[in-house]
Design a protein around this ligand. Structure first.
Ligand code: ING
Length: 309
């Protein structure tokens, strides 16, 4: 049995006016609870250090850059890294990354229990748009502020398992999980910030959003025989609601823990990575069952092309 006692550390809303110091204090309080619960891995949300700023239209690059981190750990986040290291707890942390050569990514890092940054992931699937959209009830400008990730979907050996990462919208695309599944992933960690309503179709509300969220995460877990830890930044940020629904899903696609609030909340579960083995050795034994000679379109074609009428 290879167990990782995993804490999903959901965060409630972060208002635009809140400082990174305010936020890191909340994160350390959650980490303290994870320690008390015996956790050895803590998963935080996407863009965990700030409000979900892609909802705001900005033209001044200096203002945009103020939402980004130029180093990680930074001065503000060093106390969080130090606390995790002192506790011997590994960590997934989502944040906005500005590289030394001026690139902007929606990023997550995997930190080992020894406090080393084991891996980095940059969000591949960027939803939304890049220009102000007057037809939308609110903006979702991830295509304006971030570049598509350039690191692919790697996995890393850490804490006696094979761990992978993705971010928010990535969870809706089966390719995300399958590329990691083809590397033997046993636990996918992901943070998300999901608006509770559809800015283009008001009939789609929180329950629909939660349904599609659970469906995507459960399918990804089952179809790749992997644990998936999905952690929300939730609640109302400056009048804009985000869904909760943080989840711990087992390799059979079963939800073993789900948050019940839209505030700072902790889920904890002892994830036995060996629960992945049966699925990987039977129904999803990729080597035995997949027929890649028929899958060419998946990487050869970006958009759908309809058959001739
Ligand atoms: N947020 C949302 C998400 O994928 C979204 C955007 C919501 C797209 C619902 C499509 C449908 O959960 C982020 N940050 O990707």
């Amino acid at each position: 049995m290879r167990e990782i006692v995993t804490a999903a550390l959901q965060m409630g809303p972060i208002q635009k006016a809140e400082t990174r110091q305010d936020v890191v204090e909340r994160m350390i309080a959650l980490l303290d609870r994870a320690k008390d619960a015996g956790a050895t891995l803590a998963v935080f949300p996407e863009l965990a250090l700030t409000t979900f700023f892609p909802r705001w239209y900005m033209e001044d690059q200096a203002e945009v850059d103020s939402w980004f981190e130029t180093e990680m750990p930074s001065a503000e986040t060093r106390p969080l890294f130090d606390r995790a290291k002192a506790y011997g707890i590994g960590m997934y942390l989502g944040y906005a990354e500005k590289t030394p050569d001026g690139h902007h990514f929606n990023t997550s890092v995997l930190v080992s229990p020894q406090g080393d940054i084991v891996g980095k992931y940059r969000k591949v699937h960027l939803p939304g748009h890049s220009e102000f959209d007057t037809d939308r009830a609110f903006q979702h400008l991830e295509k304006r502020y971030f570049e598509p990730g350039d690191l692919g979907f790697p996995v890393w050996r850490s804490q006696d398992g094979i761990l992978g990462m993705c971010i928010c919208n990535d969870r809706r695309w089966p390719e995300t999980y399958r590329v990691m599944g083809l590397q033997g992933v046993e636990m996918v960690m992901l943070g998300f910030n999901t608006p509770a309503v559809n800015s283009q179709m008001s009939a789609e509300g929180p329950e629909d959003r939660l349904f599609h969220h659970r469906l995507s995460v459960q399918a990804g877990a089952y179809q790749n025989a992997t644990w998936v830890i999905a952690v929300a930044k939730a609640g109302v940020e400056d009048g804009h609601p985000l869904i909760g629904g943080s989840l711990i899903v087992d390799p059979n696609g079963k939800i073993v823990a789900e948050s019940t609030t839209e505030d700072d909340e902790m889920l904890v579960h002892a994830c036995d990575l060996d629960l992945c083995n049966f699925g990987k050795e039977t129904i999803f034994d990729f080597a035995r069952h997949r027929r890649i000679e028929h899958y060419g379109l998946i990487t050869q074609r970006t958009g759908a092309e309809l058959p001739p009428v």
